[in-house]
Design a protein around this ligand. Sequence first.
Ligand code: GCU
Length: 663
Amino acid sequence: MEKNWSQLWLNYRKSEDSSQKKYFESLEVRGFGESKIIANAVAELELATKAMFGVTIQQKKPDQTATLCIEKVDPEGKDGTYELIQKGHQLSLQAATERGVLYGVFHILRLLSMGKRLDSIRLKKEPQNPLRMYNHWDNMTGDIERGYSGNSFFFVNNEIVIDERTRDYARFMASIGMNGIVINNVNVKQCASLLITDRYFDKVAELSRLFGEYGLTLYLSLNYASPIEIGGLDSADPFDQRVIGWWETKMEEIFRRIPNLGGFLVKADSEGRPGPFTYGRTQADGANMLADIVKPYGGIIIWRCFVYNCTQDWRDYKTDRARAGYDNFIEMDGDYHENVILQIKNGPMDFQIREPISPLFGGLQKTNQMLEVQIAQEYTGHQIDICYLIPMFKEILEFDTYMREKNSKVKDIISGRTLGNRYTGIAAVINTGNDLNWTGNVLAAANLYGFGRLAFDMELSAEEILEEWVALTFGTEERVMQTIKEMLLPSREIYEKYTSPLGIGWMVTPNVHYGCSVDGYEYSRWGTYHRADHFGMGVDRSHNGTGYALLYNEPNASMYDKPETCPEELLLFFHHIAYDYRLKSGKTLIQHIYDTHFEGVEAVEKLITAWESLKGLIPEADYENARERLDRQLYNAREWRDQVNSYFYRKSAIPDEKGRAIY
Ligand code: GCU
């Protein structure tokens, strides 16, 4: 079948350099036995080398030495680890597990696609995060919560779809080293509650088998109130014996019908979803009850920490949504059972363009933790505006929590290095849909690729990852490479400049979360305020205010607590600041706001010029796709600039020093 959808970064093209063909003459696989994963790895090799060199790799003949040898080594070795060694006429790929072979093969293909040579290669790679997951927020009706690239390719009209696209999706995921996929939205409602019933078992099992053939473990989001909604009980109290009994029977059935299921992701007591709080129980009580029941099947419970009061009174200056995750989870540190992982959003609020790191990282000392980020561009431009998020993720991973004297960065905690635990990792809310290019904006695929690569190897730089993606997607032409790098590397800062300043966030159109509405959330129940008056703006989270700054370990707590030492990009997150306050640049706060907003729009204009210089150098459909979105980005940036500037001019009555148009 002719595929009319994009092959993304697995778009194998004819190689300019035929010297590497020699490694793909004959193949030997040693020590692995019958295996679907190995078969798929070999199939990928065949597909790619055919496209690159026009050769079909042959099984080695008995009297030959294979040019490519895939070999099982070190059976105790870490899952996913591989070694590539070139010696004489042979390239050897050694791995302890089948996943390692898969990753090693994709490594070889990546190098070739980037125009690199395999001669004298000697490297060893091991995945740094035990769990590397994508979370789909796909609904069974087919729509996607916060989806900006069409509808779901897993679910159509409450049915599960498995076709060639599903297989391609699995290949993409394997190629970047992912090992876990949650297929359904964390808000589990309607038919999604029935995914753990006979109605869907066969299809979920089929999908989970397909995933398994690419080293991916399938997980489901779970409805905490299932005992009520599908079990007919009148309670979901984790201490109620009837509830426990119901789950025991249910889990036995689920793991029998979907044998390689990894476990469950749970959003409880959050934004109207049910949870243990209803019964006066803690989050740990709820998580542990489920974890104990899935344990015999090797299952894990990934429990989200996005728990806060979403019916706050805006008049209330004491309640601080930023504190909620910490306050709801910290006390039970040490009580969570071994197969519970707390999944923590990077920031204490909700995926804004700039937030501090959640103080749960570094606060929790005895609990398995996973970092949750979002590549679906909910608050970062809806895959209309360009926003390469890997630089931001790097900042998050490199943040030092000072929980210990060393090895206390977020990357240490989530990789298991700090606490020596094995159930840890990283997850991203994914940005895919059934658009033919998968991510709406072709350039948003850089995040899809980049998150996986970063999850596997947190030492890669945002630039290295981008270089890989550009080469694999658009080829190695120098101008294309340079231009796309110049566009994408600063794109997060550009987006930040024309939207909300200095960490305050939230000045978005309510519900939709695209476009400017300075007061959109100011008088609402969501706990997301800027508190602007005619003297200044920002939320006082210091010891004088909500005390949030003090939730961090020292020296971070003192640093955030004082405006003079608070990193300026987060100044308004932590402090209420006067418009005439002087920043380190010498500019006043208000002038900084004006300047950055003008600069942001100018930068978008430059993005357009840069992209236009690539016309003819990249495929026409891709070119037009991003070109059209860039126009929308420019419109968006102008609206933001003029609304934000006018709003704060009207509040402050301080004119722009440069006399530019403000309304
Ligand atoms: C955000 C988002 C919701 C989502 C929620 C979550 O609030 O807007 O759509 O359900 O995060 O992470 O659970």
